[in-house]
Design a protein around this ligand. Structure first.
Ligand code: HEC
Ligand code: HEC
Length: 242
């Protein structure tokens, strides 16, 4: 019977799963890239916390990062994704890979990466198991000025991880990520301050979505309130006459 025991041990799902869970964790953290594209700047981790304790509380400026994506612990049990608009978890993941990570092809359910990611996500202690709210702001409208001091904090926890230090861009993910606000203002030379504010609102609310180009993620109302966005615009000096 020894051969049978050895064969069974070789098929032990626990043993296989540990490897898959680790592979999935490496995909999440970007140690193994989730997209082969040279244009990809991100890991899943860039935009998604694992646990809701690390997710922003609306209306509060936390010292924890304001990330645009939902916490992933419990994601396999949610039943619907992207605020309820998507009924297939793998498709929800492939949207991110295509829109933000420039992945040339979606993962199929049988692909080793998709299976590893699944093993990792299932293995996380379930946290948020209900649909994570994602209210996209349809029309980007100008906002009344906000609290500039708060704006500086918002920049540090929401924008700096990709855009680097304000004004200089020091530490940004790549030179193609614009220095804020100057480079974005220059890109729209001749715009009035009011129009410039709308450009910023559009970019933050829509990212590369709704027909807008690029690979910046969109921020829902739940993640970033209008008050925090207005605070940011105020701190950028976009209410001053430019
Ligand atoms: C550039 C930022 C960004 C990157 C990188 C990214 N995502 Fe997302 N992801 C988002 C945003 C924004 C949403 C929509 C808001 C949300 O999470 O529901 C989203 C939605 C999702 C959802 C649906 C969550 C839910 O509960 O509705 C899943 C699952 C997901 N992403 C997984 C991944 C995985 C896995 C990776 C890496 C392969 C990844 N994402 C990479 C930003 C990103
Ligand atoms: C996950 C990374 C990431 C985060 C976080 C991020 N951005 Fe971006 N942003 C980018 C990238 C990459 C580009 C250039 C590509 C593009 O336009 O999508 C960009 C472009 C922009 C532009 C467009 C500039 C132009 O010339 O048109 C603006 C404005 C902007 N970001 C503002 C912000 C603000 C404000 C925040 C914080 C609330 C923020 N971004 C957070 C990645 C990010």
């Amino acid at each position: 019977m020894a051969w049978l025991l050895i064969a069974l041990a070789a098929c032990d799902p626990g043993v296989v799963a540990v490897d898959a869970v680790q592979h999935g964790a490496d995909l999440y953290a970007g140690i193994v890239p989730a997209s082969p594209s040279k244009l990809n700047l991100y890991a899943c981790k860039t935009c998604h916390p694992l646990h809701s304790s690390a997710a922003p509380v609306p209306g509060q400026v936390a010292s924890a990062p304001i990330l645009p994506g939902a916490p992933l612990a419990g994601v396999t049990q949610r039943g619907r994704w992207w605020g309820g608009a998507e009924a297939d978890l793998l498709r929800a993941v492939n949207v991110c890979r295509a829109r933000f990570q420039h992945a040339p092809a979606p993962w199929a359910a049988t692909d080793v990466e998709a299976r590893a990611l699944w093993a990792f996500l299932v293995h996380l202690p379930a946290d948020v198991t209900t649909v994570w709210p994602f209210t996209a702001v349809q029309a980007a409208l100008d906002l009344p000025p906000g609290d500039g001091t708060r704006g500086a904090q918002v920049y540090d926890v929401a924008c700096r991880s990709c855009h680097g230090a304000a004004h200089t861009g020091l530490g940004r993910l790549a030179t193609r990520v614009p220095r804020l606000p100057e480079q974005a203002v220059l890109d729209h030379a001749g715009y009035s301050p009011a129009l410039l504010r709308v450009v910023f609102v559009e970019k933050v609310r829509h990212g590369g979505f709704f027909g807008y180009g690029g690979d910046m993620p969109p921020y829902s109302r739940e993640v970033l309130s209008d008050a925090d966005l207005a605070a940011l615009l105020t701190w950028f000096g976009l209410y001053d006459t430019l």
